[in-house]
Ligand binder design. Structure first.
Ligand code: T4K
Length: 373
């Protein structure tokens, strides 16, 4: 089999028609207003509120600072129970708030926190659960919420991957005390870079607004030591435009996933996650598979290298586990993280993005099959 002429990356940003963007640039030029809560950001905030059906939204320049500020603004301290199977920014946000991460295991189907392990890890110092809707798969919310309520803990979601996901027709933003969405260019929905907090308690809004703007209340009053985490007008413009295409982006993702499931059906050692329950509208932002070395006849890392030779740039999200990075190796872990360790060794994210042609997906499947022979 021949390699692809050009690299096929794990993702590519959705770009709206350039005329839509240049029209928006003209508006920004006319306004002569580039950042600091400008008119395009204000309009975008209203659009997101409408889309998510909540007024409790706050935009940031990226998801990491959104989460960091969210934790700070909610006053989270002590220990927070979280997952090691995530992008490192989840844990960094805790670290920057001087919060001790307590890593517990994930469940094997959709890789989200295992509620039984969460409950077992609670100590007198635990103040919150920070769960991740990893790859956009919803956490086991009812169980986590029950634990949080019984132990008086805050339930916070890193929903970086979950924009567009709904449960029973309601946005996933409505679950938990607070959720953070990343709008980075590598996400299925993006604003070049960007982050969003959604929250149930409207009282947080003021604090988050202060914290992202140096703590300024007005020109002469600073009420808390904030930072600079504001979204600018160009990001807001892109976010607003991409939002108009979100349904099409999700539909395309669904077709891509179906093509992978069909193209790789019956290939020994390639495991797909079970379909999400019918009450969930999934967003198809990632295309993870697990590679079982014994059954497939080669390790995940070998397949990753072989696909590179075909110009297919898969990614091992999320390997190594965050708890194995040098900066977190000193964190004491009670849980053996057996499931997470296994998944991190087997996981491979295949290319998936809205410009990816179905025939290219079929080609990638054929390559995987040919490598396997
Ligand atoms: N929590 C979770 C669970 C997260 O996954 C993330 C971010 C965060 C929190 C923090 O949110 P942000 O602060 O980022 O908003 C990428 C992203 O940089 C990161 O946003 C994302 N998660 C993570 C899962 O993936 P890398 O290091 O893999 O990105 P990079 O530059 O290698 O890009 C991947 C591929 O995407 C490239 O090989 C090609 C393609 N690409 C990338 C960019 C930036 C393009 O085609 N065009 C582009 O402009 O981290």
């Amino acid at each position: 089999m021949k390699p692809f002429d050009k690299p096929i990356y794990v993702t590519r940003p959705f770009l709206p028609p350039i005329e839509e963007f240049t029209q928006g640039l003209q508006e920004i030029w006319d306004n002569e207003w580039l950042t600091n809560n400008g008119p395009v950001l204000q309009r975008y905030t209203r659009q997101l509120s409408h889309y998510l059906e909540t007024d409790n939204v706050c935009l940031f320049n990226n998801g990491t600072l959104a989460l960091q500020i969210g934790l700070q603004g909610m006053g989270i301290t002590g220990e927070v129970i979280t997952t090691p199977f995530t992008f490192v920014a989840t844990t960094h946000a805790l670290h920057w708030n001087k919060i001790r991460p307590v890593f517990v295991d994930i469940e094997p189907d959709h890789y989200t926190l295992d509620p039984a392990k969460v409950e077992a890890a609670i100590t007198p110092w635990t103040t919150a659960i920070l769960a991740v809707h990893v790859f956009g798969y919803p956490c086991r919310h009812a169980e986590l919420e029950d634990i949080a309520r019984r132990h008086n803990l805050k339930l916070i979601y890193d929903a970086a991957h979950a924009f567009g996901v709904t449960i029973d027709g309601k946005s996933i933003a409505h679950y938990g005390d607070m959720s953070m969405f990343s709008f980075h260019a590598t996400k299925l929905y993006h604003s070049i870079e960007g982050g969003l907090l959604t929250f149930q308690d409207a009282g947080y809004k003021q604090t988050f607004d202060y914290l992202k703007n140096f703590g300024f209340k007005n020109e002469i009053e600073v009420v808390m030591p904030g930072t600079n985490a504001k979204m600018n007008e160009f990001q807001a413009l892109m976010g607003g435009l991409v939002l108009q295409h979100i349904d099409g982006i999700i539909e395309k993702g669904k077709a891509i996933e179906a093509a992978y499931r069909e193209g790789l059906a019956g290939v020994p050692g390639i495991r797909f996650v079970p379909q999400v329950p019918s009450k969930v509208r999934y967003n198809y932002g990632y295309m993870p598979v697990e590679v079982d070395e014994k059954e497939f006849g080669m390790s995940r890392d070998q397949l990753y290298m072989e696909l590179k030779k075909f110009n297919v740039m898969t990614r091992r999200y999320f390997y190594p586990l965050v708890s194995d990075f040098a900066c977190y190796r000193n964190v004491q872990i009670q849980d053996p993280l057996t499931v997470a360790r296994g998944v991190a060794e087997r996981i491979l994210c295949l290319p998936s993005y809205s410009d990816l042609e179905i025939k290219t997906v079929a080609g990638i499947c054929d390559q995987i099959i040919s490598i396997n022979k």
